[in-house]
Design a protein around this ligand. Structure first.
Ligand SMILES: NC(=O)c1ccc[n+]([C@@H]2O[C@H](COP(=O)([O-])OP(=O)(O)OC[C@H]3O[C@@H](n4cnc5c(N)ncnc54)[C@H](O)[C@@H]3O)[C@@H](O)[C@H]2O)c1
Ligand SMILES: CC(C)(O)[C@@H](O)C(=O)O
Ligand SMILES: [Mg+2]
Ligand SMILES: [Mg+2]
Length: 346
């Protein structure tokens, strides 16, 4: 465990050097990890665990698209691919990677199979933190741990295959065996994390729901739409509006931020751009602060969880969601994006 100073604040971080893969394998050598759910995180985590040499099986609803995907990823029915019930029966670590709303309906099935000494694993603090809405209350004699990769399951798998790792948060909610902390770290290493940052279930879910609704996804999509609309209404062509709003962001400037920080990106732009961006950033910050505070309140009060559950348990919701994504995809902005993406030189 390393103590690392982040901008003046000391935090605990686990590195792969101090908890190597061999130690993670040793820690979990007698465990059967049952990955329940094969959507986005399921495949990333299950495949990384398998390739890292852990004993892993997958539990998924039969005759679903995800069942077929699991088969095409090499999971074998009756050997490593089972119904949710059977996988939960066989697993000693039950990795609950169903959708957050889906976890509610399946909880009685999993709870029944959580025998003393088993481990219940999540990749989100949602089910436990919002137990008033989810009714997910684990038995006292099981370990309850969390490893939440900070990014898409797709990136988790891609980075693993490229020899890297995606950073994750980890937490222990309940330590019945005295080994929960070590198991959480071992699972974190096994699923392909780079560095592991310690947190608790509530902090993970509050920050995660805020981040994805805010800067990472919701605010990003919203501010892009607003700027594109202004440029179009002021007479700019679709390609010009798109290039100045999205293409340059993803292809040039955000990679520079990722590489060496905001000031580094700024200093690689003209003095004209720097002056204007420094002058305007405060206005954007002040304009969005009330919205972000409203968002955090909505997360902390459980309103966001309630809405996620309510919408997510509506029959036909996946099709509704797909229709909303399709509307986004078909909009002038993102159709322009599809064309611009074809014009990238290799
Ligand atoms: N998507 C990500 O990359 C990501 C990143 C970090 C954490 N997480 C967390 O990981 C967990 C899994 O997320 P996901 O995005 O992979 O899930 P998902 O939405 O892709 O769904 C996973 C699986 O749940 C199954 N499912 C849903 N409802 C069900 C039900 N009622 N009965 C049986 N099966 C059902 C689906 O068939 C699917 O295979 C969640 O807790 C999520 O918050 C996800
Ligand atoms: C990938 C994200 C946005 O970080 C995750 O939190 C999710 O819910 O999918
Ligand atoms: Mg999330
Ligand atoms: Mg997240």
């Amino acid at each position: 465990m390393a103590t690392i100073n982040f901008g003046g604040v000391d935090e605990t971080v686990i590195t792969r050097d101090e908890f190597p893969l061999a130690q993670a394998r040793e820690t979990l050598k007698d465990e059967v990890i049952a990955v329940i759910g094969y959507g986005v995180q399921g495949p990333g985590q299950a495949l990384n665990l398998r390739d890292n040499g852990f004993n892993v099986i997958v539990g998924q609803r039969k005759d679903s698209a995800s069942w077929e995907k699991a088969k095409s990823d090499g999971w074998v029915e009756g050997e490593t691919l089972f119904s949710i019930e059977e996988a939960a029966e066989r697993g000693t670590i039950i990795a609950n990677l169903l959708s957050d709303a889906g976890q509610i309906a399946v909880w009685p099935t999993l709870k029944e199979r959580l025998k003393p000494g088993k481990t219940l694993y999540f990749s989100h603090g949602f089910g436990i933190t919002f137990k008033e809405h989810t009714s997910i209350v684990p038995p006292a004699d099981v370990d309850v741990i969390l490893v939440a990769p900070k990014g898409s399951g797709t990136s988790l798998r891609r980075l693993y295959l490229a020899g890297g790792g995606l950073n994750s948060s980890f937490a222990v909610y309940q330590d019945a065996t005295g080994k929960a902390y070590e198991k959480a770290i071992a699972m974190g290493i096994g699923v392909g994390s780079g560095y592991l940052f310690e947190t608790d279930f509530q902090k993970e879910v509050f920050s995660d729901l805020t981040g994805e609704r805010g800067v990472l996804m919701g605010a990003l999509a919203g501010i892009i739409e607003a700027q594109y609309q202004v440029l179009r209404q002021r007479g700019h062509s679709p390609s010009e509006a798109f290039n100045e709003t999205v293409e340059e962001l993803t292809q040039s400037l955000v990679p520079l931020v990722g590489e060496n920080g905001m000031d580094w990106m700024f200093s690689n732009c003209s003095v004209t751009a720097q002056r204007g961006a420094l002058d305007w950033k405060g206005k954007f910050r002040e304009a969005t602060l009330p919205v972000l505070n409203e968002l955090y309140d909505s997360v902390a009060s459980g309103k966001e969880a309630e809405r996620t559950i309510q919408r997510g348990s509506t029959p036909g919701y996946r099709q509704e969601l797909e229709a909303e994504l399709s509307e986004l995809r078909e909009s002038e902005l993102w159709q322009t994006g599809a064309t611009v993406r074809k014009l990238r030189s290799k």
